[in-house]
Write a protein that binds this ligand. Structure first.
Ligand SMILES: NC(=O)c1ccc[n+]([C@@H]2O[C@H](COP(=O)([O-])OP(=O)(O)OC[C@H]3O[C@@H](n4cnc5c(N)ncnc54)[C@H](OP(=O)(O)O)[C@@H]3O)[C@@H](O)[C@H]2O)c1
Length: 285
């Protein structure tokens, strides 16, 4: 049985489906089982990972844990790691970030620092681990959906920012492989996962317009305005500013190289952004 945190989220929902397809029992953690909308075969368990409750019972009998920082943040992650040790869960697959570089640069921004800290805690735990360092999630483009639906506009500070957006289904497929890996091939491995091609934000917007069959205009806005819109419970305003600044540095500059890790780990090529846009056309329509 596999315990999935963030089970109703972008990666988690896809991962739960994938594991069930493989015939593997899944315990999906969510703050609200009534709204989870997960397949009936899923064991859906209520858990607020930021609450001061014992996490060990959530993990009893698990063969592996999928740990996503989106579900409660770094402190919850540390408590879950400790609980996994106590519950004798042999394996943990961490949804980390391509921002982690194993260099002093990791201390220079919130994203790298927070994921690197959890990676260190996992390494120190003695559990079998796999780190999925994904970068530039295609789902970031969902932040554009409300204004695309309302006005056919994307307001973005850096239309020329570049990345290699990765489909959540590719992250989920890679996670499933690592969680179910009987041979131990993926144990103590760091997988750096990207989408298949480098695109600017403007090119992503064009792919979305193509997928929904309507024109979408880009309007450039100041960095501060974008940071305020991006900040939220798990992303302080200062961190949002850092992130927007990092995106800005990818304009007309080399970006993280595209990796072939999705293909190597999952056996299928990484899904292109155009496919992601088609898969999510309803979100923008
Ligand atoms: N965006 C990027 O480009 C990028 C790049 C590298 C790494 N990452 C990593 O990927 C993560 C995002 O993954 P994702 O897109 O799959 O996440 P997501 O869609 O935002 O899913 C988060 C899920 O976590 C659950 N959750 C939130 N607070 C919780 C709490 N207190 N207790 C229990 N569950 C809670 C929510 O489920 P319920 O509402 O059902 O409780 C939600 O569905 C980021 O946080 C970051 O660590 C992102």
């Amino acid at each position: 049985m596999i315990v999935v945190t963030g089970a109703t989220g972008n990666i988690g929902r896809s991962l739960v489906g994938r594991l069930l397809e493989e015939g593997v029992p899944v315990r999906a953690l969510t703050r609200d089982p009534a709204r989870a909308g997960l397949p009936v075969r899923t064991e859906v368990v209520r858990a607020d990972l930021t609450a001061d409750t014992d996490l060990v019972p959530l993990l009893g009998g698990a063969d592996a844990l999928f740990l996503n920082l989106a579900a409660g943040g770094g402190e919850s992650a540390q408590r879950l790691i400790d609980a996994a040790v106590e519950a004798k869960v042999p394996r943990l697959v961490l949804n980390s970030s391509l921002g982690v570089t194993d260099t002093p640069d990791d201390e220079t921004n919130f994203i790298s620092r927070s994921h690197a800290a959890v990676e260190r805690a996992v390494r120190a735990s003695g559990l079998e681990w796999t780190f999925l360092r994904g970068g530039n999630y295609a789902t970031n483009a969902l932040g554009w959906a409300p204004t695309v639906r309302r006005d056919g506009v994307v307001r973005d500070p850096h239309p020329g920012a570049q990345g290699a957006p990765i489909h959540e289904a590719d992250l989920a497929d890679a996670a499933a492989v690592a969680l179910l890996d009987r041979a131990g091939t993926h144990v103590h491995q760091v997988h750096r996962l990207t989408g298949p091609e480098v695109l600017t934000n403007a090119q992503q917007v064009a792919a979305i317009a193509e997928a929904i069959g309507r024109p979408v205009r880009i309007e450039q806005i100041p960095e501060d305005e974008a940071a305020e819109a991006m900040a939220g419970p798990h992303l302080p305003l200062a961190a949002a500013r850092e992130l927007i600044g990092l995106f800005g540095r990818t304009v007309d500059a080399p970006v993280f190289p595209v990796t072939d890790t999705v293909a190597r780990v999952t056996g299928h090529p990484a899904r292109p952004f155009a496919q992601w846009a088609r898969d999510h056309a309803a979100d923008f329509s």
